[in-house]
Each structure stands twice: as C-alpha cells, then as structure tokens.
Design a protein around this ligand. Structure first.
Ligand SMILES: NC(=O)c1ccc[n+]([C@@H]2O[C@H](COP(=O)([O-])OP(=O)(O)OC[C@H]3O[C@@H](n4cnc5c(N)ncnc54)[C@H](O)[C@@H]3O)[C@@H](O)[C@H]2O)c1
Ligand SMILES: [Zn+2]
Length: 375
C-alpha cells in the first residue's frame, strides 16, 4: 500500500522557456529515467557525484536512468569545497571532454550543494552551455541550492565568486536519500528551511516550530512537506527576480554574517554553511532589534527554536575559536554585497518580514558582532 502522504509533489519554477519542474518524493532515483528522458535533447547523460554520495546512490540513479532509455556514464569528484575550485572544474571539464560529450549530452548533479554548484557551472560553460539536472541528496541542496540556477566555484578571494545563472531542466529531490545524510548535515540544512519562513512566511515559521524536531529526526512525510514548502517559497522569489536585481537578495538573509564566520574558520568542518547561516540570522535579528526595527521577542523566539533544533545561535558554538570582531567586519566589507562604505544587509521587521537595507552603518554592525563574539 502506498501511503498517500508520500506521493511525490511537483512544483514548477515559472521562468518561461527556462522554467522547470521540482519533483519531491520518495523512491525517485529508480524512476528517474521516466522523469528525465522526455526533457533530454539526446539520449545521453553524465552523472557527476562525489565520493561519499557515489557509493550510495550512483548505481540506483544510473539504473533508474538506463531503465528509461538514458545512457549514462559518471564522474566522481572528492567531497568538499576543494572540488568547487578552478582545479576541480578543470578536472570535471577535461573528463567530460575525454568522454566526448556533445551539445545534446546532459549533466546530472547527484549530491549536495557542492556537486550541484560545480556541475551546474560545468554545464553552463561546457561547449558554451549544455543542459543539466539536479538530483540533490543533502537537505541543504534539496531545500535551497538545487533550485534557482545559481552555479559557481570559489575563488581564493571568496566563495562563489566565479559562476553563472544556469537553470536546471529538472530538480529531483528524493527524500529517501536523506536517510544516510550525517545528522549534523541534516541540522545544518534545516537552517535554510527556517530561513524561508523567517524571510517572508510567518505561518511556515510556526510550522517549523511545531515540526522541526520531526524534520531533523527523519519523519519522511514531514521532511517532504518541509522540502516542498521551502522550494515553493524559493521558487516564488526566484520567478520574480531570477538574476537578483532586487527581491532575490532576501534569500541571503543571515548570509553576510554567515560568510564572514565561515571565512574566519577557513571554511573548515568546525562550522558548516547552514550552521554559519543560523548564527548569521540571529545576528541579523539582533542588528534589526538594535536599529529599533524588530521586537526583541522575535529574536528570542528564533534563538529558542534554533537551540531546540540543535542549531547554533551564536559564534561561541565553534569550540576553541577566538573570534575577532574587526576581522569579521572586514570580511563583510569586502563581501560582494557592499557599496559606498555603507553595507547592504537583509534586515527584518519581525518573523517573516525581511527586507533589503542598503544603508547600514558599519559601526552598528560592529556593535552587534562585538557583542556576539563576547558572549
Ligand atoms: N547555488 C545556490 O543557490 C546555493 C545555495 C546554498 C548553498 N550553496 C552551496 O552549497 C554548498 C553546500 O552544500 P551542502 O551543505 O549540501 O554540502 P556538501 O555538498 O558538501 O554535502 C554535505 C556532505 O554530505 C555528503 N552527502 C550529501 N548527500 C549525502 C547523502 N544523501 N548521504 C550521505 N552523505 C551525503 C557530501 O558528500 C558532503 O560530505 C556550498 O558550497 C554552498 O556555497 C549554493
Ligand atoms: Zn545558504
């Protein structure tokens, strides 16, 4: 018997000719061929994955694609940000050319956000642009990075500085793959789910307060709902502002602070992206409160929820780290979001009411950061 709760959900990201479906459900890898084949220009796909995800899901996905008439080959990259570099891109690109891809070949990104960003950028540039499909396997990738067409590699200056907007032809989020994702990665991905509520959907934040524990602990139906609602929010924002001329920047809520924290830890395992974003969102609430924009109770409510879900709420989470507020501010000032000495931040008037502020004084930011690192 199929539980009706676990039937796949299909959303659409409405971008005219570049629009695509986002399918969220269980057992999707084995059905991938039927879903993917009609979208392909040819009959060939190269699956790019990493060395953690490949051993778990490459065969089931390849079998699922082959069963639908898609011929596959694979490229496996090392896990981690080291693959999201010029060297990592070169390696993938030369292997694609070794495999004699043509312009009808599609790439399939099987993995977390790192594989997705790298594969998407490879697809944007190989042979001046070929199709690609996202098969996200981390919670972060399912709720965030696989949707919206931002692809990139890192520079030694900063993360994600070299990239392209290149929309996938389809996103297949198989909830079952989350069962093997390390718990800490699940919790980190959950931060981006909560982010979507905090930006523009207070009812979804309420839902997170009631269901966050079930998302983190692994209830598949609740996970599917969390992924669906997150993707729906993100797809709505991206459909309005594909290339981030305005509103899409809301999705960076907590990220200017978060990126600064990640830079200071050298993007090491001591602080995962989602964890950094959680701390960054708390700082954004604290800054908004300091500027008289947002009630203190809202900041407290978010903090309480993060702690309950197992997310960090402050930089003291990173054990043994001696934070330097000035160094953090310097990272933020060099972030691509800065202009004219003033800093652009996503601030909030309360839960679900984020907005873009282009005129934040560095002193106010320094005040909040100094308090956070002293705590
Ligand atoms: N393009 C965007 O819009 C966007 C948005 C947010 C984040 N990002 C990028 O995403 C990246 C982070 O993504 P991430 O958190 O998914 O990291 P990740 O790709 O490193 O995946 C996390 C870890 O989990 C492993 N893994 C993934 N799925 C698994 C599974 N099902 N079972 C077992 N292990 C699994 C991976 O091998 C890795 O070790 C960053 O580079 C960030 O810049 C991009
Ligand atoms: Zn993020």
């Amino acid at each position: 018997m199929t539980d009706p709760m676990t039937e796949p959900d299909t959303l659409r990201l409405d971008l005219g000719r570049r629009g695509y479906g986002i399918v969220i459900g269980r057992g999707l890898l084995s059905r991938a061929g039927g879903l993917v084949k009609p979208l392909l220009r040819g009959t060939r796909a190269v699956i790019v994955t990493d060395e953690n995800v490949g051993p778990l899901y490459l065969s089931p996905l390849a079998d699922g694609l082959e069963a639908g008439g898609v011929r596959t080959s694979a490229i496996t990259v090392p896990a981690g940000e080291q693959s999201k570099t010029f060297a990592g891109l070169e390696d993938v690109m030369e292997q694609l050319l070794d495999q004699r891809i043509d312009r009808k070949t599609a790439l399939v990104a099987l993995g977390g956000g790192i594989v997705g960003d790298l594969t998407g950028f490879a697809a944007a540039t190989a042979l001046r642009g070929i199709d690609f499909i996202q098969v996200p396997t981390s919670l972060l990738a399912q709720v965030d990075s696989s949707v919206g067409g931002k692809t990139a590699i890192n520079s030694r200056h900063a993360k994600n500085m070299i990239g392209a907007f290149h929309q996938p032809r389809l996103v297949l989020a198989d909830i079952d793959t989350l069962t093997t994702l390390p718990h800490r990665e699940v919790v980190a991905g959950y931060a981006e789910i909560v982010k979507h509520g905090l930006i523009c959907d207070p009812a979804f934040f309420d839902w997170c307060e009631r269901n966050g524990a079930a998302v983190v602990s692994g209830d598949p139906a609740i996970r599917q709902e969390a992924v669906r609602r997150s993707c729906a929010i993100k797809a709505g924002v991206v459909a309005e502002d594909e290339t981030e001329q305005g509103r899409r920047a809301l999705l960076n809520f907590g990220h200017t602070f978060g990126h600064a924290l990640e830079s200071e830890t050298g993007f090491s395992d001591s602080l995962l992206h989602g964890e950094a974003v959680a701390i960054g969102m708390i700082m954004a609430f604290d800054l908004s409160h300091r500027l008289g924009l947002c009630p203190g109770q809202d900041a407290e409510r978010v903090k309480a929820h993060f702690l309950q879900a197992g997310l960090p709420a402050g930089p003291d989470y990173v054990k043994g780290m001696r934070w330097d507020a000035d160094a953090l501010l310097a990272h933020m000032a060099s972030d691509k979001k800065a202009a004219d000495g003033k800093l652009t931040f996503i601030l909030t008037r309360g839960i679900g009411q984020a907005f873009i502020a282009a005129d934040v004084a560095p002193e106010d930011v320094l005040g909040v950061v100094s308090e956070a690192v002293a705590a």
